[in-house]
Write a protein that binds this ligand. Structure first.
Ligand SMILES: CC(C)(COP(=O)(O)OP(=O)(O)OC[C@H]1O[C@@H](n2cnc3c(N)ncnc32)[C@H](O)[C@@H]1OP(=O)(O)O)[C@@H](O)C(=O)NCCC(=O)NCCS
Length: 406
């Protein structure tokens, strides 16, 4: 039996060893390793205290795991999150529990700092650490009529540094109200990924950028993200997608968009079909303190709070990790600790609480299988369901993750 490796923070001089490890573990030379060096060198919020390696000898590493800080809007509130990627154990060292130790070390470092740690992963593996489904993913697949390509109009060109602020505005406008939207920085890597066959173009008209699209040219055309200012810019985007398929001789195109994105209606009118994305089910999150996340998302609903503050009474809620009391105040709902629940009426299971808080699942479904049918009735249930209704939930990740592959 091999000795347990030491887990320590990664150092810049580990780069060669990390590259060898990730290339071998993912069988994808130069992809995950490029992500680490791009994040380290170009992403302003990169935090070296969240990059871990496991080693037994000076020659090689057994494992690498990175969490990097981002901010997501969850139910309209800015929430500090970590994104866990890349993570791998060397093939020769798998099955010894090294992966589990790496994840536990990383989550311990994240607990006081983030409200969620988000990732794309296998639920059967990551479920054991408390990860569960957090966001949905949707896409529209279409064979767009060729004549739509003329709608694209003139003025499409590569994105440049001067466009970033406008693109951020277009992004926030187009993804507004979607729980899981990332806050983008103005770093170039947050807009143009440098992944092979992936590009970001903007459309400039009368000296102003009114639309942008990030897309990948593979067996079909995949638009990973897009934004538009006015209805005519949305039509131009539709034409642009049709033009891409036409120019690259692809039969169909796929647009990854939340259901409420302005382009969706145009795509559906043009014959597209809206469906869950293949990645649905793999978008996982771990929440160190459901009470803290609940308090944060409830604090961001002033309009709803004003509407509901007189119409419900305090109730207790049993969440994984402890109980809390939700009470109406003049400033809106407030979450307070409640060591001895007197009014307990709702208990949520650990694997359903994150999906409910992010908006993926309505309360009734989140309560399913809790073994307490009565908890779906009564005033506390109605109040909580109204305070945190089901909402469109879609994690839009930064373009810099495109380098790990399409
Ligand atoms: C996933 C990975 C990190 C696990 O590392 P590890 O050190 O072997 O993990 P552990 O020793 O802690 O756990 C091993 C157990 O997890 C199981 N497991 C490993 N990968 C799994 C997966 N994708 N799905 C379900 N179970 C999995 C193993 O079968 C084993 O089960 P057992 O305990 O019942 O025998 C490693 O397999 C790896 O690097 N894979 C390639 C890269 C990857 O998928 N990274 C994660 C997503 S970014």
């Amino acid at each position: 039996m091999n000795a347990a490796p030491t887990i320590r923070l990664a150092r810049p001089e580990d780069e060669g060893k990390v590259t060898r490890l990730l290339d071998e573990a993912f069988a994808s030379p130069g992809r995950e390793s490029l992500l680490w060096s791009m994040l380290r060198q170009e992403y302003p919020e990169y935090d070296p205290s969240l990059a871990f390696v496991a080693e037994r000898s000076e020659q090689e590493l057994e494992a690498f795991l990175l969490v990097h800080p981002r901010t997501l809007w969850i139910r309209g509130v800015e929430v500090p999150c970590g994104v866990l990627s890349p993570f791998a154990v060397a093939p020769r060292a798998r099955g010894e529990g090294i992966g589990a130790r790496m994840v536990q070390s990383a989550l311990a470092a994240c607990a006081g700092r983030f409200d969620l740690v988000v990732m794309l992963g296998e639920p059967r593996y990551f479920g054991r650490f408390g990860f569960s489904r957090a966001f949905g993913q949707s896409r529209v697949r279409a064979r767009l009529p060729k004549d739509l390509a003329t709608l694209a109009g003139e003025g499409w060109r590569a994105i440049g540094g001067a466009d970033l602020q406008t693109c951020r505005d277009l992004y926030e406008r187009s993804y507004a109200g979607v729980s899981g939207t990332e806050r983008r920085t103005l770093a170039a890597v947050d807009w143009d990924s440098r992944a092979q066959r992936t590009h970001t173009l903007v459309r400039e008209r009368d000296g102003k950028v009114g639309a942008y699209a990030r897309f990948h040219i593979g067996t079909s055309i995949t638009v990973a993200e897009c934004g538009a200012q006015r209805p005519e810019d949305t039509e131009s985007l539709l034409g642009f997608v049709a033009r891409l398929a036409l120019e690259h001789a692809r039969e169909s195109c796929e647009v990854l968009v939340p259901r409420r994105h302005p382009l969706v209606r145009s795509l559906l009118r043009a014959g597209g079909e809206l469906a869950a994305h293949d990645m649905t089910g793999a978008v996982l999150a771990w929440c160190p303190s459901p009470q803290r996340l609940l308090a944060r998302v409830l604090s961001g609903e002033p309009a709803l709070a004003a509407h509901t503050r007189q119409s419900w009474e305090a109730f207790d809620l049993e969440l994984p990790g402890g109980s809390c009391r939700v009470e109406p105040t003049l400033r809106g709902p407030r979450v307070v600790e409640s060591a001895t629940p007197a009014l307990t009426s709702i208990a949520l299971r650990a694997d359903r609480v994150v999906g409910w808080l992010t908006g993926l699942e309505p309360l009734r479904e989140a309560l399913a299988n809790a073994g307490d049918d009565a908890s779906c009735e009564g005033a506390p249930f109605r109040a909580l369901d109204r305070l945190l209704p089901e909402l469109e939930s879609f994690w839009s990740w930064s373009p810099l993750y495109d380098v790990v592959g399409w």
